[in-house]
Write a protein that binds this ligand. Structure first.
Ligand code: SAM
Length: 243
């Protein structure tokens, strides 16, 4: 997969793209990430990327010309990129979108700064995405979140596929709780079942915990669970009804 990032702060990405799973995926060429400075596509002498807002008001607005020049230049290459603008006004990013985009051959991510980008950018992009209901100083941190979430779903990036498939949100559930050594820490014990060696009992306990945890912590997700998952839980619980 290829990801092109458009930013006025290319240095922002230097360290995160070298570390951990992302760094390894790039090293192994499973993922190619290219960072482009929007300023390089400005045509005036001062390489201007922002200007004052029409109608007045606070702050500066990112200009269209450098961005559209950059997009048109990048889209001359094959495969065509799916163009995403990071903005707090976009559709909320989630695991389903990460899964969907992990199958794309090429993504182009646009990082805004200042008060945002001239709204006519909407004519040149495929989707506007927000990573949450809060305001960041720029789209760079949001682009990294999106890249991280997508990349771990590309085959070969995370060594153990099972660990990705059972993570929170994949089945519409939060993941079950995890524990490691020591068995007792300051009097707090690990659940006995996990030390039992009974794989069937462990599997059931984890499923049970994932549902209980989702119900308690994320009632919004719990409500959306398919009936067969709730039915599976009820049959484990005997007569108790999770609804
Ligand atoms: N004035 C804008 C507004 O109220 O909608 C916010 C601009 S913000 C300071 C600058 C840039 O940060 C945005 O253009 C966008 O690229 C990025 N950004 C900020 N919050 C974001 C979020 N929650 N998700 C994705 N991108 C975000």
């Amino acid at each position: 997969m290829i990801i092109d990032i458009l930013t006025i702060f290319p240095g922002y990405f230097e360290s995160p793209l070298k570390e951990s799973l992302l760094g390894k995926a790039i090293e192994k060429s499973i993922l190619t990430i290219r960072v482009h400075n929007i300023r390089d596509y400005a045509t005036d002498r001062h390489k201007t990327v922002d200007d004052r807002p029409f109608g007045g008001g606070a702050g500066m607005v990112m200009k269209l010309e450098p961005l559209v020049n950059a997009l048109e230049s990048l889209q001359q290459e094959e495969p065509q990129g799916f163009v995403v603008l990071l903005t707090p006004q976009g559709r909320l990013f989630n695991q389903r979108t990460a899964r969907d985009w992990s199958n794309k051959k090429r993504l182009i991510l646009i990082c805004g700064r200042y008060e945002g980008i001239d709204d006519r950018i909407s004519h040149f992009i495929n989707e506007e995405i927000s990573i949450g209901d809060y305001i960041l100083s720029g789209g760079e941190a949001a682009a990294l979140v999106v890249i991280d979430a997508i990349s771990r779903l590309i085959p070969g990036v995370v060594g153990n596929k099972e660990s990705v498939d059972t993570e929170s949100f994949e089945l519409g559930l939060l993941e079950y709780p995890q524990f490691t050594r020591p068995r007792v820490f300051r009097g707090i014990k690990v659940p006995d079942v996990l030390l039992s060696g009974n794989h069937q009992a462990i599997k059931q306990w984890r499923f049970h915990q994932a549902i209980l945890r989702t119900k308690k912590r994320r009632p919004d997700l719990f409500k959306k669970l398919p009936p067969d998952i709730k039915k599976g839980f009820n049959s484990l619980e005997g007569t108790r009804n999770i609804e």
